[in-house]
Design a protein around this ligand. Sequence first.
Ligand code: G3I
Ligand code: 9MR
Ligand code: ZN
Length: 549
Amino acid sequence: MSIYVDQLGYLPKAPKIAVATLPCRFQVIRVSDNMPVYEGKTSGPIDDPCSGDKVYQIDFSLLTENGTYYILGGNSGKSFEFRIGDDLYREVFRDSIRCLYYQRCGIGLEEKNAGIYARPVCHEEPAILLEDYLHKTEDPKTFDMRGGWHDAGDYGRYTDPGAVAVAHLLYAYALFPESFRDLDLNIPESGSGLPDILSECLYELRWLLKMQDRDGGVFHKLTTFRHAEFIMPQDDHGQMIIFPKSSMATADFSAVMALASRVYRPFMPEFAEEMLSAAKRAYKWLHNHPFVGFQNPEGCDTGGYEMDTDIDNRLWATAEMLRVDPANTGEYLKELEALTEEVSSKFDFGWQDVSGLASLAILSDPKHTTGMLEPNYKAAVLSEAARVSKIFRTSGYNLGMEPEDFIWGSNMRVLNRGMLFILASQITKGNVREKYFEAAMGHIHYLFGRNPMNISYVTGYGKNPVRHPHNRVTECDGIEPTIPGFVSGGPFRHFCDAAAEAMIPKGTAPMKCFIDDAGSYSTNEITIYWNSPLIFICAFLIFYTGREF
Ligand code: G3I
Ligand code: 9MR
Ligand code: ZN
């Protein structure tokens, strides 16, 4: 018999549910004196389609005393330890942001900042354009493209996911500033006067600016032609290639530069002006170009981040430009109204659909919009929150996911839905607001251990954390334990890597299609945009913990 708990813990006043695989009487044991402090019996059963399990729930919400506990159930069930406390999220918040520092490219990570994970500078060599690479041009034009964050377990740098990851952090900073006050990340820029979170985002923003071409368009990615072997970054000397522009990259660039221009203005007015000007040039390029997609050239195996539309990207760009370029309000409003009709979702926050970021931009300060725009976005967000909340309430693991939601990087969807509930909670009042808070918490509880893998999907957190993510740096640095704070991509029902195919039986239920093996890039990689939604949610939780919610 298994009992699954959030191995990080539970907030004192919040609902506290664990999941058991058999009906039983249970006891909650306080670790300090090994005394039972709460007992009861499971409810259920609940048939859970995502896991294929019939499960039972343990409700110990009435236990509110801070401390460390575990749960005993039946004659064999014992959960991992967990805490009850108000201060659960600050450490993982800081570590998950520091993971972005560890992803830095083009800089040596010094021991004073990186400790045992210090490493020399990487990827300093100049880049060339794809056509020069393919045509083997003699003496091709070269470009200094150093900087930015490695995307994930690979060393590629990609515009869309980079812009999305930065946006999550900047929206979190704008909405929950208290959580970032005095946050010392021990990065080289600490103590500079600029909040550390903004210094870390600046590292990616400065690289993104290098991805803009002279005509305002933005290149889709910067990678080698094929993924590097499993080597440390400083040992990867593959030719870095600038791949063609896309309208998705240009739109996301315009959006994040507009957003950044207003966030950084109080600290760096000139640089804010530079980012605003870049945003405007990118937006102008968009205006003069229809959809320009991206496909990897034959033989290239680095990330594609292909998309078959750019209307969500244009929506986000327009929503942000509306807030920073008052001279052209009329143009942006007209475009926003037209795109609002076209874009159906308005509530997703991942690289493939950024329309939820437009909703965040609009709903966090609706005064820039007119007419039906605010009610339209509010209705879209609340109707999706209500839809997912229904799934959350009826699922055995209290999770707003259906079997088809276990995509590559399903934990991104789990966390993006947590963001959806947070946005919904900010635009509602009373007990509906409480319900959305509880739903957001449910997604965090799943991530940190209330799942059928009985694993915390965040490295270094929980008694049974992911230990072997698909990440070249942590796999090749010869250092145990792995860098803490990385979010694993999580179960993927159509897993498609040799490690997963060798170890996950055919027909496994979607929520169990996971293997903690460094070879499994389709179920167990790490990326900057799987950490960034966790950072957004932690910022919210730290901001609201202890306040009357
Ligand atoms: O959009 C379609 C959907 O319409 C369809 O129903 C569904 C069927 O499975 O597929 C959906 O497309 C999927 C897409 O992700 C969006 O979810 C593709 O099948 C799937 O292959 C694709 O996976 C992406 C993967 O790269 C392979 O391209 C992941 O989202 C993306 O996170 C991952 O990103 C990689 C980078 O390329 C390289 N760096 C590491 C990073 C993380 O693994
Ligand atoms: O390490 C790569 C990972 O970042 C990507 O998400 C994945 C899919 O693009 O590809 C991984 O690289 C593998 C390559 O695709 C196939 N040969 C083995 C590589 C390392 O696992
Ligand atoms: Zn690098």
